[in-house]
Design a protein. Structure first.
Length: 178
């Protein structure tokens, strides 16, 4: 019997003390990648988010310190998204001058972009698409709709799966007043 050989297959195998190294490195690398793109955590600093808005402007979350920011993921095929859009739009119109910023990020596929652009054109706040994100610390959305609320210090304060007026009043308005 030769040391370092698997007798059944006749293939050279690393010595037993090194067998754990490759799986351990693979596990560490995948954990590091996953944590770099994990969803934002409540009461922690918001991750980086840089994208090109449909209007051509650059949205850079790190440059919005001092503002209350809502990052809203939506799609034209999402019925709950369509239901909350007028609520978000009205809230934005009312409070934009007090430091509220909303970015709507559409998950629509390219074949749905004409419809998405029509819907976006009815909104007072800027919109974009997932494919226009150049720096995404948020990772892929876990569902739709999904909205993150970020305070003036860049801390994620809440996550909504359904934007309602009472949530905006109870969670976002107090952040605007500070």
């Amino acid at each position: 019997m030769n040391a370092g050989r698997d007798n059944r297959l006749g293939v050279a195998m690393p010595s037993p003390s090194w067998r754990w190294l490759f799986p351990a490195c693979l596990l560490l690398a995948s954990a590091a990648f996953a944590s770099a793109r994990a969803a934002p955590s409540i009461n922690n600093a918001a991750p980086e988010l840089v994208l090109s808005e449909l209007g051509g402007e650059t949205f850079d979350l790190t440059k919005l310190r001092g503002k209350v920011v809502m990052v809203n993921y939506w799609a034209t095929w999402c019925a709950p998204c369509k239901k909350e859009m007028p609520v978000l739009n009205s809230f934005y119109r009312r409070y934009h001058d007090q430091g509220l910023v909303i970015i709507g990020i559409s998950a629509d596929r390219p074949q749905d972009f004409p419809r998405m652009r029509r819907v976006s054109g009815t909104l007072a706040y800027p919109t974009s698409t997932l494919d226009r994100i150049s720096l995404d610390g948020f990772g892929p959305p876990t569902g739709f709709p999904l909205t993150y609320v970020i305070d003036r210090d860049g801390i994620v304060r809440d996550q909504f799966i359904d934007v309602r007026e009472d949530l905006l009043r109870d969670v976002v308005l107090p952040l605007l007043r500070h």
